[in-house]
Design a protein around this ligand. Structure first.
Ligand code: HAM
Length: 430
């Protein structure tokens, strides 16, 4: 029990792995979402969204054991087993199977939302994060994979990153399933092997070797020689080369992906310096829709998700990307007009004008309580206002001040709307 005067510390703190978004953090988040949305639209993707709470079974069925261990799940008041979504792909597969006839294929859908995984909190991994998901449904051709990787590259370029900052490591699960077939490993054990290969380099070598048994030697040799090219991977790289994007990718058969549903090309995005965890990951999952709809609907599919946490760390790390973000945030935060109320008797007249300006779409601010004129001009500067309008002794004229050039003029208050309009039209056209 709390003694009087003792603060309830637990209630005063966020839960481990959850974040508060102060205005500066929200500005950064909006910037990230803005770029994600803008480039996805550039590629002809349309936005959709699913629920944040789903039946736990949706993930038990298909996501793979790692994600099921990390579920934020509980029994709801109707005795249903539910989970906060750890990822979007199973929801997408369910939605697409249910609405399959309503849309022309291929679908190119993107979504921006929050996801929850009960992970050990560490650098780059929290218990909630935001993801951009981009998926193509109903396209079996490699052209879809090339388009998706190109989109992923262009999204990161929109943040100011170059081929020196990040690399997309691409692989093909079929390379490994062919290998396992050749070695007479039964198909129902492939997933187990793929999960072990996925952990190569991330868990102690002995442990991986134990899981791989007598295949440890040849698998380690393949991973370490960097070998394992395939005709499909070569065509994919050629397709990207044709677009001038080959510098951003490399083939790496060590990329297998932890999620169970992938069937073909898979990829993950890392910073070149190798300092951070994966920024994004995805691949083909041609059988998931069929599996989730118990065979009723079958459609090839592919997609990727990019998280906001590692992306934010990389933006902070790369000076150019940081500058691009700061510039965008500053511009977005700026207001248009600050109304200085120099004489309290003029407050009513000023508010009438403020209302009219806001109705026309201008961003306008003013002091809610009486404040010294110098303090008001300081607030105007801090808010990044382009113009200040001063309501004081000059009434019925109003002083209009260009805060960038410091030029001032006096105008009759009823000519003000026109003048402000002209000012912003001219500044918008330069
Ligand atoms: P994923 O690799 O599990 O893929 O997650 C994608 C990205 O989300 C990661 O690369 C990482 O940036 C971010 N992320 C994941 N977990 C966390 C976490 N705990 N904290 C912070 N960031 C995190 C998927 O989720 C697949 N469903 C992607 C996909 C879409 N595949 C096909 N379509």
């Amino acid at each position: 029990m709390l003694l009087p005067g003792q603060r309830n510390r637990t209630a005063m703190q966020t839960l481990p792995g959850f974040r508060d978004f102060l205005p500066e953090d929200c500005a950064k988040r909006n910037y990230t979402f803005g770029r994600w949305r803008e480039v996805s639209r550039r590629y002809g993707f349309v936005e959709w969204e699913g629920p944040v709470l789903e039946p736990t079974d949706l993930y038990k069925k298909k996501s793979g054991s790692e994600i099921v261990d990390q579920l934020f799940n509980f029994t709801d008041k109707g005795e249903r087993e539910v989970a906060l979504r750890p990822e979007l792909t199973p929801t997408l597969a369910r939605v697409v199977a249910a609405h399959e006839r309503e849309f022309k294929k291929p679908l190119k859908w993107f979504s921006i939302g929050q996801f929850f995984r009960y992970e050990k909190q560490q650098r780059g991994r929290l218990r909630e994060h935001f993801q951009l998901n981009c998926d193509v449904i109903g396209e079996a051709d490699l052209a879809g994979d090339i388009e998706l990787v190109a989109l992923c590259i262009d999204i990161l370029r929109a943040f100011g990153f170059t081929e020196k900052d990040f690399v997309i490591r691409i692989s093909d699960r079929e390379f490994w399933t062919d290998f396992l077939r050749e070695k007479d490993v039964p198909a129902d054990r492939w997933e187990e092997f793929l999960q072990a290969i996925d952990k190569f380099g991330r868990e102690p070598r002995d442990k991986t070797a134990e899981k791989l048994g007598k295949l440890a030697g040849p698998i380690f040799a393949t991973l370490e020689s960097g070998g394992g090219k395939s005709e499909k991977l070569t065509r994919l790289i050629d397709g990207l080369r044709g677009r001038g994007l080959a510098e951003f990718v490399s083939i790496d058969v060590g990329i297998v992906r932890g999620l169970a549903y992938y069937t073909g090309i898979v990829f993950e995005v890392f910073d070149r310096a190798g300092k951070f965890r994966a920024i994004a990951g995805g691949g083909r999952y041609d059988r998931l829709i069929s599996q989730l709809s118990d065979g009723a609907i079958s459609m090839p599919a592919l997609g990727f998700a990019m998280g906001d946490v590692v992306l934010g760390e990389l933006i902070n790390e790369i000076p150019h990307a940081r500058e691009v973000m700061q510039k965008a945030i500053t511009i977005d935060r700026e207001i248009d007009v600050y109304v200085v109320i120099a004489k309290e008797e003029r407050r009513g007249d000023a508010l009438k004008q403020i209302q009219q300006l806001r109705e026309r779409g201008y961003r306008v601010d003013y002091p809610l309580a009486p404040l010294k004129v110098a303090g008001q001009f300081q607030a105007a500067e801090e808010a990044g206002a382009a113009l200040a309008l001063l309501y004081g002794d000059e009434w019925p004229q109003v002083k209009i001040k260009n805060l960038a050039t410091r030029e001032e003029s006096l105008l009759s208050h009823d000519a003000l709307l026109d003048s402000v309009g002209k000012f912003f039209n001219v500044s918008a056209s330069v």
